[in-house]
Every structure is written in C-alpha cells, then in structure tokens.
Design a protein around this ligand. Structure first.
Ligand SMILES: NC(=O)C1=CN([C@@H]2O[C@H](COP(=O)(O)OP(=O)(O)OC[C@H]3O[C@@H](n4cnc5c(N)ncnc54)[C@H](OP(=O)(O)O)[C@@H]3O)[C@@H](O)[C@H]2O)C=CC1
Ligand SMILES: O=C1CO[C@H](CO)[C@@H](O)[C@@H]1O
Length: 367
C-alpha cells in the first residue's frame, strides 16, 4: 500500500482488551435497544443489567439482548454493587437526576452518558462536577465522532495531510425521527441533531472562537419549537470557517414530492481536499458513509471503502473508549470535561439565534 492511504485502524474503534467491566444500562429506548446493545454484542461485550422507566420495556429489551438482570427502576440497578459501569440513554431532562443518584453510590467507576449532557451547559457543569467529586470517569456519547467517515477524516487532519484547514462545510438534508420528549423541551434540531455536527467540527478543528446561528421553524413540526432548520457559521482566529446547514425539513418529501435526502461534507486545506457522505439517513438500511480525498502530494483521488455503518456499528466506539480508559486510568477524548465546550457551543448557538449576532464561546463557557 502506498503512503497517504487510510487503513481500518483509522476508521474503526479500538476494541478494549479488558471487557470484564459489568455494565448496567439505564434507558431501554431506541438508541439503547437498537444501537448500543447491538454494537456491543457484535464485539462480545454484554450488559449485566438494565432498567427503564417502564419495567415491561426493560424486560423486553433484556429478553432481546440476553441481559440477565432486569430492575423495576434505575435506583434498584444502582444498588447492585456488581455493576461498575453505567450506560445511560434517557431524555436529557432526566439525566441530571440519574447522575445525582449514581454519584451517591461508591462502587461505580465509569459512566457513558448519551448526548446532550443535560438540558444546557449549567446542568452539564453540575454533572461533570458530581462525577469528579465521586471519582467516576464520565464520558459523553458523542458518537458521530465514531462514524467511519468522520473518524477517517479525523485521521487525515491529525496527520496534517490536508495542510492548514481553510473551509469546512456540512450539509444535512434529512428527516430524523423525533422523540416525543423533545416536545416538552421545544427543541427540534440544535440540541438534538446539530450537536453531532458541532461536536464533529470541534473534533476536527477544536472549539471555534465564535458562532453565528440562525434558525427558522420547521413547517412540518406540530409543536412549538425554538430551532427547526439550523444554519451555523463557526469562526476560528486561524481564519478557518465552518458552515453547517441542518435542514430537517428537506423539502415536502413526506407530503408527496420526491425525496433528495443525505448528508454531505467537504474539508478544504492548503494541501488537500476531502469530501464525505454520512450514510445514516438511510437507517435501518445499512448505507456506509464514504470519504474521498485528494492531496497535492499524490495528485489523485483516494477512495477508501468499508462495509461498516454509523447506526449501529459505530456505537461500539464510545463504550470501547470508556472501558479502555478505565483499564488504563485515563480520561476519554469525549470526557465530560471536554463536552462542556460542545455544550457551550450549543448554548451559544441558541443565544446567537435569539440575539441575531455572533457569540463568543468563551463568554458562554465562563458566564
Ligand atoms: N446518535 C445518538 O447518539 C442518539 C442519541 N440519542 C440520545 O439518547 C437519549 C435517549 O433517546 P432515545 O433512546 O431515542 O429515546 P426513547 O424515547 O426511545 O427512550 C427513552 C428512554 O428513557 C426512558 N425514560 C425515562 N424517563 C422518561 C421520561 N420522563 N420521558 C420519556 N422517556 C423516559 C424511557 O423509558 P420507557 O420507554 O420505559 O418509558 C426509555 O427507556 C437522548 O438523550 C437522545 O438525545 C437518541 C438517538 C440517537
Ligand atoms: O442523535 C441523533 C441522531 O439521529 C437520530 C435520528 O434518528 C436523532 O433522533 C438523534 O437524537
């Protein structure tokens, strides 16, 4: 293989050597049942216990995934001293109380919490502080970083193959399935979906200095919401600009017109250019994400391909990283502390759209 080629180690997550941690799952909804547990099982990682709000839901998911212990509620799961790692996927406005209860137990070593880390930066800070005080390693499930194309692009950037980053754009034209609990938050897009794209830009380029965000409401969504279709410009002092368009309306495709759905991104640097697609909008069909790149040093297109997909395969990544970090007494890349910057960026987007002006991320982080 010539230089400047991507290999599986660049797009697949590490599989932890030590898998004897005992995982308790809190939440048994879509993401836990159809993504987390499916990806873990494929790697030989099996949860020990599960609890949901509704006992019957937990029983059904336990039966489907061969989970030996089902608890009537999450407090009972937390009482089991054998469980030392939590995998939490509950609505964001339920997360803080679950973490508060978890931090009162002294047998827990690690927590993987689904994004967003609470309803805002203030809650995220409380969650991070609670885990630090309890000596629990907290990691946030910002799993788009583990999408195979995103991860491969991260490798290109970390090796400097693209040179100095000049411009990055990401265009989402897709209709996600919305969860009923979003209605009580009044969020359609930014804190639920755009958070992935904002966090991915952070993974690629670090935290921007400022963001300008503009929202327009989504004509299909029946409940009152603050966001809807989201447009974002991220400004970096280096000169780099990132632009994200999250169009969750994507035209009247559900209303009878033809659909043209997908997610495309493009990264331009002084020494190369990469363009990718994210296959997730086709889920449950398995459409792998793609990446192509061209470099001044090679003068041709490089087109690595794989059969893995974000949903569900990439969900091994965040748990594998947490288990590896626990075994080595380290933090993960998506630690709670790191995620405060993603949460600050998201809060800055809502503030920017409301005030119709660019917002510095530091001003939100340090407010
Ligand atoms: N790519 C990603 O990383 C994705 C992340 N997510 C995140 O995962 C979390 C869970 O999402 P998802 O699984 O799709 O949601 P679901 O609605 O499918 O599941 C929610 C789970 O939380 C439980 N729950 C506890 N309290 C409540 C409550 N007050 N209202 C509603 N449910 C409650 C539900 O219990 P029960 O059903 O027993 O009543 C269920 O087990 C969210 O934070 C979401 O943002 C979601 C999708 C994709
Ligand atoms: O994180 C997410 C990614 O995709 C889902 C769409 O099916 C969203 O619901 C979501 O919260």
């Amino acid at each position: 293989m010539s230089d400047y080629e991507i290999t599986p180690a660049d797009y697949l997550p590490p599989v932890p050597e030590v898998t004897d941690f005992r995982i308790g799952c809190i939440g048994a909804g879509f993401i836990m049942a159809d993504c987390h547990l499916v990806a873990y099982a494929a790697a030989g990682i099996h949860a020990t216990g599960i609890a949901s709000r509704t006992h019957h839901t937990a029983q059904q998911v336990a039966a489907r995934h061969d989970i030996p212990s089902v608890y009537a509620d999450y407090h009972q799961l937390l009482d089991n001293q054998d469980i030392n790692v939590l995998d939490i996927a509950v609505p964001p406005d339920c997360l803080l109380e679950v973490i508060q209860a978890a931090c009162q137990r002294d047998h827990l070593r690690g927590i993987l919490a689904q994004k967003p880390l609470g309803v805002n930066l203030s809650e995220a800070k409380q969650i991070v502080a609670l885990c630090q005080q309890a000596g629990i390693t907290l990691s946030v499930n910002q799993n788009m970083r583990y999408d195979q194309s995103v991860r491969a692009a991260t490798s290109l950037l970390r090796r400097d193959w693209l040179g100095d980053p000049v411009l990055a754009t990401l265009d989402m034209r897709a209709i996600p399935h919305w969860m009923p609990w979003q209605q009580r938050q009044g969020w359609v897009t930014c804190r639920i979906m755009s958070i992935h794209h904002l966090d991915t830009m952070r993974c690629w380029f670090g935290t921007p200095q400022r963001v300008f965000a503009s929202f327009r409401t989504d004509p299909r969504t029946q409940f009152a919401h603050q966001d809807g279709i989201g447009l974002y410009i991220l400004e970096y002092d280096s000169g780099l600009r990132c632009q994200i368009c999250d169009d969750v309306w994507a035209g009247p495709a559900r209303e009878g017109a033809q659909a043209d759905l997908g997610i495309h991104y493009r990264l331009e640097g002084t020494e190369g250019m990469a363009k990718g697609t994210i296959g997730w909008p086709k889920y449950p069909e398995r459409e792998p994400s793609t990446l192509e790149y061209t470099l001044t040093k090679t003068g041709r297109w490089h087109q690595p391909r794989w059969n893995h997909v974000w949903f569900p395969d990439a969900f091994l990544g965040p748990m594998a990283e947490l288990l590896t970090a626990l075994a080595n007494d380290q933090q993960t890349e998506t630690s709670g502390q790191d995620n405060l910057q993603t949460m600050a960026l998201v809060d800055a987007c809502y503030l920017s759209a409301k005030q119709q002006q660019a917002i510095s991320i530091d001003s939100v982080l340090n407010a």
